[in-house]
Structures are given as C-alpha cells and as structure tokens.
Design a protein around this ligand. Sequence first.
Ligand code: ARG
Length: 466
Amino acid sequence: MNKKSPVSRSGRFQSGPAADVAQFTESISFDWRLWKHDIAGSIAHATMLKKIGVLKQNELSAIVKGLNQIHKEIATGKFQWKPELEDVHMNIEAELTKRVPAGAKLHTARSRNDQVALDMRLWLRDEITVLLGDIASLQRALVSLSEKNADVIIPGYTHLQRAQPVYLAHHLLAYVEMLERDCERLWDCHSRVNICPLGSGAIAGSTLPLDRALVAKLLGFVNASGQVQLTQNSMDAVSDRDFAVEFCAAGALLAVHLSRLAEDVILWAGAEFNFIKIADAYTTGSSLMPQKKNPDIAELARGKTGRVFGNLMSLLTLLKGLPMTYNRDLQEDKERLFDTADTVRATTRLMAAMLNNTKVNKSACAAAASDPALLATDLADYLVRKGMAFRPAHHVVGAVVALAEKTGKPLNQLTLAELQMVDKTFGRDALGVFNLKTAMAKRNLTGAPGTKEVAKQLARWREQLS
Ligand code: ARG
C-alpha cells in the first residue's frame, strides 16, 4: 500500500510508508474505539475555530454535519476504516475532508499529539463513570446477600483456620468497604483525567489565538465548582500518561479485591465448606466428570488479575525512559488501558450477577459456627472480667483447650469441675460464654461483628447505596 495519505504525509514525502511499515505502525485496529470522543473533540475544536474567525459559520455547519454523518456511519457499522490511514484521528479527518472541503481547516492549531491525549481523557472519563456504577451494583449485590442472610453466623478465619464467629454479613461487608475505597480512588483519578489538553498542539501550543477554555467547557472539562480545567504546560500535556497509569493502578487494586472475593466464593462453594450454592446458570460443568459444577466466574475473576497487573507494569515500563515529549512509544498505551477497563468492568459485572444468583446454605453455616472453639477468646475475656491479667488468662484457656482435646470433648462440654482443675477462677457462669447468641450480642464496638453493630452497618450501606 504505497498510497499517499491525504492528511499528514503529502508535502514532505515522495511516497507513503512501505506496506510492512504501515502494518507495524498502525493503531486503527485498536484505537478505533476512540471514535466517539474523537468526533466530540473535533466538533468542540471546530466550534472554537469559528469563534476565533478561522472558520466561517457555513464551514462550521458543514464540518459538524459531516462529522455527525460519520458518527452515524460508524455507529451503524457502515464506516470503512482504512489501515493505511494509520489511526482513528486520520481516518475520520480524511473521510470528512473528502466530503467537506472545509474539513481541511479542522486540524488548524491541533496535532494528533494533543488530539490523542484529549480522546483518551474523554474516553477514560466515560469508562470511570460506568465502572463506578458497576462497582456500586456489586456493592448492592453484597448488601442484599447480607440482608437475606442477616442472621447467618459463620466462623471467621485467620490463616484459613477457624478463629472467631462473625456474621456472614460482616464478612461480605468487608468487601463493600474495599470496593468503596476503590470508588474513592477512581474518583480521585477522575479529577486528574478531567483536564483538557487541547491547545497544546504537537508540543508548543499555537501562535493562533485559540480559546482553550471554550473547548474545555464544551467538552465538560470543569471541576465540581464549575471551574474550567486546562493543562498548564503544553509539553507535559502531550506526553503525560499519568492519568492512564493511575487508572490502571486503581484497576489493579480493584482486581485484587475482586480476586479475594472470588477466592472466598470458590472456597465456600466447595463441599468442604458448603456455605453457598451458586445457581447453575452462573457455573459450568466438566467435560469428563458428570457431577462437577465449577465456580468458573470466580476463578476467572481471580485469574484475570494477572493481565490487569501486567497492564500496569507495561504502562510504567513504557513511560520510564521516554525523553520529552511525545514519542511514538505512547501509542502502546491504548491496548493496556483498554484491556484494564474492559477486564475490571466485565469482572465486576459478572461477580455481581453471580452473587445475585447465589444462595446461602444456612445449616452448613450454623454447623460450622457452632464449633465452641471459636469462643475460646471469649473464655479468656471471661477470666479478664474476673480480674485475671490477659496473658495468664490466655495461658489458662490454652490449658483448657488442651484438656478438651485430651478428653475428646468439645470445649463447651467440659464440666465446671474440669475447668476448675485448670484454674479456680472459673465459676458457674463460665460455660455461659459458649452461648453463641449472647456472644454475638457482646461484640458491639464500632466495626465489630456484633448483632447491633452489623445491623447498623448494613442499614448504613443500604442507605448509602440506594
Ligand atoms: N496513533 C498515535 C498514538 O496513538 C496518535 C498520535 C500520533 N502522533 C504522531 N506524532 N505520530 O499515539
């Protein structure tokens, strides 16, 4: 394909790029996804060019009409993308100029360097907004599963060993908290994405009297108090990809949280735990073992963290040695950014759908939570209430546990005489410690899994997410 590109190469070059060069350098195969934002940016830029007298009203109208036509054709799959035109920016501009002569003025005081920075910021702004909605849906799924099983108690684990009893809701709400911090990070990232780079040109702005603020306003680059947000250094603006790194970092941490939740789901769905049952439609079978029902959504959620982490590392590596300002290396940013957004959005949505189709096996949870060893710490607290220092109390209860093991009895089946053999401080009321209901009612510190506190936290999240 030795054709001359109508947009950028005519003039300086005798020929177009060699076929293998074109193939190596093209980005249209992936950056076509920026088309909507590229068109929106061009319409804003053209509107501004009209205001400063570069375009006449009829030229602006023709350009806007042409761009809207192209918009429609792309949206309906009728637009012909041409790889020889390299990228989304040149494809759209070349097609416009073919239809509208004034299209040749559209690139006045604009470079693909500030254009691509603009398109990516616009694109990412939208992605973040949608992702925040997806995360809220997942939080709601966790809250409704909690509400439906508000009375369910399970063992809490450390080292994957039974530790202390918690409400299932408390366990699930831990993820709601993590996801909330993910939302905060994404919002914070959004505030730095939401800054308009257009007007930075290739590197050094323009000698023409552009109205940067107008473009920014038209494209919604304003902060919460309505102030227009403009990049303040043209060199930084065309080469900065911090905003993409930040998004990929926030996405990587979100992926960690999704993966941890997935791991709990996988464990709970297994016969050894048997705490939950995922609906058939949200599981898969085995090609060989007829009995299998596998939690593949959760496994893939766990597995996909690898690519999301990789995207972050790729972006960081891509940027680290770049001299100022724009270098073609930067074209490699898009697939990494797109992949993180696609992956975390899909994973978040599917995890929510799966949880909305999951039932809790209350009897299995009750059986696991009835293990009296979960309340060994409560027994030590009992001794503390009787005046014993915690360290010796811990030691005494350890000896009680050893005695229970030796006699082959559950902790709560030991007699008062046996307890007193270990330590005389134990009184008649000692065994009352093993009443699970009372034990849960006692855990009422802020953030603890007590009956009242969990109900309070559930109500807070229900309210906050509605
Ligand atoms: N396709 C390019 C990219 O994604 C657009 C900017 C090209 N600029 C340039 N000077 N070649 O980065």
